[in-house]
Design a protein around this ligand. Structure first.
Ligand code: FAD
Ligand code: SF4
Length: 496
């Protein structure tokens, strides 16, 4: 700890965002490039180097937060980068995308604003690339074993990198035309530019990982061939089966799923399309679902030039600050968070209700109605209480030309012809791929990691599971492993 009084000297200061009016005109990341650098060393000095660092406990990766905070506060970027990569293959992803359970668990957060752990992580990660501190690390010798990884989201990529570096020949199969999973066609570029992904993919390729894109396991390559080709298989197919809203009017044109809407918008950023076929330009948009996917739809619709956007959340307005009786420190609390997309919609008055930041809480979509041509024109809402019981008299109608359903995901796709069904692995009652503590499914040599096994989760958990499944596969192939295994299949976030 460079300065034992750092937390008394310096107030928390976050990575500044670009002005709203500027950033909604492009798809670049919302943060000022390099904007955290002038004060990041002071921010790292706020870390108390706790004897029991709950930041570390709260992070599925077990990130060595106090160590890299100390190194950054001393401007030893090289050593900080080494410590950062000791536990995380892709810190530039988590430094941008993670909701930071580490900060919720930071000891300083008991009575002060937490250390800006996520900003420090992003700053170190960016410095790593700027200074060429992340060269490819190909293995010194090959094991002669081969692993097929199905799916190229953060879980598949982390598993592939760990296994390749351990000397195995790894082939990643991806049904999309480009690797990346939800980082590619789900998460918008204003949260993380695709260049971040490309850099890591180039590193993986240079280390020896091979990618077979536009190749769906089950459709383009059968399970028997896959298993015959490889000594082990890792299923990292994500939890992409979306939740439906079976209410009257669901079949109207213009009512689409968030993950039908976001991929073409991302393809515009990739240069594949000039305009998305589902563009919100000039439309009144209603997003049903109050989570992060809904917020990503909101930021996208604002950038596409929607006439108005409203996000409907069935939950009641959460408290502004942690309610200790419900979510005591150090658990991740339910609080009213204002994402950059909400900030934009609020400042630019994008909601139909001009007082709101685009969100309507305690509201449930009851039905959609359309015009004579079968196109959606309105969403009819009912009010609900905290236990989601109807509140009489709280009904309202919103104008809508485009309705985006962002209600979360059921689990992996399990229909016949998909990877899960064709490999014949058992599925739990929750709809996820069943596995033991070491990620092994009931089919010998087939493992499952990431959202496919955990259910809809976070990038940080996907990377942690990718690292852990690599250790399990390495042990299966070689009889022993020195790869780290930060979480088991049943590890869960800190709970009260
Ligand atoms: C819109 C959206 C925004 C999100 N934002 C955030 C965020 O800001 N922060 C955060 O931490 N988390 C976020 N998440 C969650 C996060 O993206 C996921 O938890 C994470 O990507 C899961 O990683 P994964 O590798 O398990 O699966 P995925 O990223 O879903 O990747 C699975 C891959 O498997 C491929 N695949 C499926 N079947 C086959 C097959 N048969 N053959 C070959 N390939 C196949 C898919 O095409 C896909 O590329 C978001 C999720 C969504 C939907
Ligand atoms: S809990 Fe907070 S103050 Fe303590 S070591 Fe972690 S980041 Fe530093």
């Amino acid at each position: 700890m460079a300065d034992p009084k750092g937390f008394m000297r310096h107030a928390r200061r976050e990575w500044p965002r670009r002005p709203v009016g500027e950033r909604v005109k492009d798809w670049d990341e919302v943060y000022v490039p390099g904007g955290v650098l002038p004060f990041v060393e002071q921010q790292a000095e706020r870390c108390m180097d706790c004897g029991v660092p709950f930041c570390h406990e709260a992070c599925p990766l077990g990130n060595l937060v106090p160590e890299w905070n100390d190194l950054v506060s001393r401007a030893d970027w090289h050593a900080a980068a080494e410590r950062l990569h000791a536990t995380n293959n892709f810190p530039e992803f988590t430094g941008r995308l993670c909701p930071a359970p580490c900060e919720a668990g930071c000891v300083l957060a008991i009575n002060q604003p937490a250390v800006t752990i996520k900003n420090v992580e992003a700053a170190v990660a960016d410095r790593v690339w700027a200074d060429g501190l992340a060269p490819p690390r190909p293995p010194e010798r090959l094991s002669g074993k081969s692993v097929g990884v199905v799916g190229s989201g953060p879980a598949g990529l982390a598993a592939a990198q760990q296994l390749t570096r351990a000397g195995h020949t790894v082939v990643v199969y991806e049904r999309d035309d480009r690797p990346g999973g939800l980082l590619r066609y789900g998460i918008p570029a204003f949260k993380m530019e695709k260049a971040q992904l490309e850099r890591r993919l180039a590193q993986l390729r240079a280390e020896g990982t091979r990618f077979r894109t536009s190749t769906a396991v089950g459709r383009d390559i059968g399970a028997a061939r896959l298993r015959a080709r490889h000594d082990a298989v890792v299923l990292a197919v994500g939890a992409t089966a979306w939740r439906e809203l079976p209410v009257p009017g669901r079949a109207l044109a213009g009512v689409v799923q968030a993950m039908e809407y976001l991929p073409p918008a991302n393809r515009v950023c990739e240069g594949d399309l000039d305009v998305s076929p589902l563009s919100a330009a000039g439309k009144h948009v209603v997003i049903v679902g109050g989570g992060d996917t809904g917020a990503d739809c909101l930021g996208t619709a604002v950038r596409e030039g929607a006439a108005s956007v409203t996000q409907v959340d069935i939950r009641v307005l959460p408290p502004a600050e942690r309610d200790e009786a419900v979510d005591p420190w150090p658990v991740y609390p339910t609080v009213h968070r204002v994402s950059p997309a909400h900030e934009e919609a609020g400042e630019l008055r994008f909601a139909q209700d001009p007082d709101a930041d685009a969100r309507l809480f305690a509201a449930s979509a009851l039905r959609f109605s359309g015009d004579g041509a079968g196109r959606v024109r309105a969403v009819h809402l009912g009010g609900v209480d905290a236990r989601r019981r109807p509140v009489p008299g709280a009904e309202r109608t919103l104008r809508a030309d485009l309705v985006l359903l962002a209600l979360g995901f059921e689990g992996p796709e399990v229909a016949a012809g998909g990877a899960v069904a064709e490999l014949g692995v058992a599925v739990t009652r929750d709809g996820t791929v069943a596995r033991d503590e070491e990620y092994a499914t009931d089919v010998p040599g087939v493992y499952a990691a990431g959202d496919a096994g955990r259910g809809q989760s976070l990038v940080v958990w996907a990377i942690a599971e990718g690292r852990a499944v690599a250790a399990a596969v390495d042990r299966h192939l070689m009889g022993a492993t020195s790869l780290p295994s930060p979480v088991t299949a049943s590890t869960r976030p800190l709970r009260a």
